[in-house]
Design a protein around this ligand. Structure first.
Ligand code: FAD
Length: 474
């Protein structure tokens, strides 16, 4: 079918003013939060159109049409993803779910919120707080990321240590399959003993198996007492060992954000394997009374002092807590004024932003062996970190040279780093989904049998291969 004819049929489903074909809109939708050439990836193609459905019925009709004529459809939440999951590689249409942004129900008794996928996480959290509850998924991008995008990337936020990933907080989904059928799962926890956990098919799978049109999310009661801490350690290993001891003592902090950064803020001393940067742990404890938190705190101080940690004081701890969403808020403000975040700009050097998970016993090995991989190619390691649980290790590296060749080399070295994590029994990425950037590595993590299983699932659900093609797997 010719593109004009296809779009003509689309406008029979959603009104004409919800179908955008102007050059500026199409160009804006060729990238999510990152310009993919900076990952050393092929540039995405502009879609035929951006379409904003207003209901599940719209999505279902669009999917039936797309399957019938073989036109690709890419689901899009708020476009803050960093792996290229929401961009089109094959033309087709981008299905922007941003107009489906209603909170359908908040039940304090059932402790859940039923929402459309375009609801912004931060907005939902504000509503939940009015009733004394909160949303446990609290990423940096909370002021701007959508529920549908967070589920499809199975994101990780500040409170993941206690409340888990976004996926863990999903009770049920309504999903439109690529062929247009609508499926719903029941909004109850642990509903998986009766057969396959269907909900999990749509968590962290880049929207490649179905378009989420409704999500039921667990809400949590606000704790009576929440305290924040900022603790500096003499080295990454000492802080890491302290975090591991919290776990073995049965202490589950709500927030664990431990970063070793370069020594000065003005781009000074980058981190080296044997020359420690500044290692600071930001942490929160919660409890149903101040006595409960006092008791936890006693054990925490003992462990911190055993590992030579130093308390930076409540003001620094509070500053961090209050500013934790600053990057997301800046990002939202820039979008409001039409500016582009530097990650989305043309030009700029390659960079690595990798969040692996490896067994606890391998974390320090990964740090010691991983940093030189970047340094030996002239790149600077800016940060290594643990977020949430001791296994969750991330690294940020930049290229001071900033050339095209540097971008390709950065990709190569990043892949070597990921392969090192895989050899250590780790996984490719714990935070940002698969998308374009990680699909090759995800295939290596799965192995031949796992790849085949995912392929068969994809073919069974999406026989025409029209939903988010080119994502999840090569
Ligand atoms: C400044 C900044 C800070 C960030 N901090 C964090 C962080 O702390 N933690 C974290 O986990 N991530 C973080 N991210 C990444 C990003 O915010 C998350 O990946 C987020 O979950 C993406 O949500 P989105 O609505 O923007 O999705 P998009 O980028 O629009 O889409 C992401 C993926 O979801 C799919 N998708 C979207 N909606 C649907 C739907 N309704 N049905 C099916 N598939 C769908 C898309 O096809 C794509 O594959 C950050 C990004 C930025 C720019």
């Amino acid at each position: 079918m010719e593109p004009a004819e296809f779009l003509g049929e689309v406008t029979q489903i959603v009104s004409r003013d919800q179908v955008f074909t102007d050059e500026q809109t199409l160009s804006d939708y060729t990238r999510d939060a990152v310009r993919h050439e900076r990952w050393g990836l092929e540039a995405p193609r502009a879609p035929l159109a951006v379409v904003r459905p207003g209901s599940t019925a719209h999505v279902s009709e669009i999917m039936k049409l797309a399957t019938r004529v073989g036109t690709p459809v890419v689901p899009y939440g708020a476009g803050t993803g960093v792996m290229g999951g929401a961009v089109s590689m094959d033309g087709g249409i981008v299905l922007d779910m941003g107009s489906m942004d209603k909170v359908l129900d908040i039940s304090l008794e059932d402790r859940l919120a039923r929402v459309q996928p375009g609801v912004i996480l931060g907005e939902l959290d504000k509503l939940a707080q009015v009733g004394g509850m909160f949303v446990g998924h609290d990423p940096w991008s909370q002021p701007v990321a959508s529920v549908g995008g967070a589920v499809s990337t199975n994101g990780v936020g500040y409170m993941a240590a206690k409340y888990g990933t976004m996926g863990r907080q999903v009770l049920a989904l309504e999903v439109v399959l690529p062929t247009g059928e609508v499926v719903r799962t029941r909004e109850l926890p642990r509903n998986v003993s009766t057969g396959l956990d269907m909900t999990s098919l749509f968590i962290g799978t880049d929207g490649a198996f179905g378009v989420i049109t409704e999500a039921t999310i667990r809400l949590f009661p606000q704790p009576e007492e929440r305290r924040h801490y900022a603790l500096e350690f003499p080295s990454f290993p000492s802080g890491f060992f302290a975090i591991c001891r919290f776990a073995t003592e049965g202490i589950i902090p709500a927030m664990v954000d431990f970063a070793e950064e370069e020594m000065t803020e003005e781009g000074g001393q980058a981190i080296e394997a044997d020359a420690p940067g500044r290692s600071v742990l930001h942490m929160s404890l919660e409890g149903s009374s101040s006595m409960e938190v006092d008791a936890l705190e006693g054990t925490i101080w003992e462990i911190v002092s055993n590992y030579s940690g130093k308390d930076l004081g409540p003001a620094e701890a509070q500053r961090f807590w209050e500013e934790r969403h600053a990057a997301g808020e800046r990002y939202a403000d820039e979008r409001g004024t039409g500016q582009r975040h530097p990650w989305r700009e043309d030009g700029g050097g390659g960079f690595a932003y990798i969040h692996t998970a490896v067994p606890i016993s391998q974390v320090l090995n990964l740090r010691y062996q991983g940093i030189p991989l970047f340094q030996s190619e002239g790149f600077q390691v800016k940060e290594v970190a643990i977020w949430g649980e001791p296994e969750m290790f991330s690294i940020i590296a930049t290229d001071p040279g900033g050339s095209d060749r540097g971008r390709e080399k950065m990709r190569e070295v990043s892949d070597r780093f990921i392969d090192l994590a895989l050899e250590m029994g780790g996984t490719v990425e714990y935070c940002h989904g698969v998308g374009l950037r990680m699909k090759g590595a995800y295939g290596r993590e799965l192995g031949a049998g796992g790849r085949e299983l995912i392929r068969r699932l994809k073919t069974a659900l999406d026989p025409s291969g029209i939903l988010n093609p080119g994502k999840l797997l090569d």
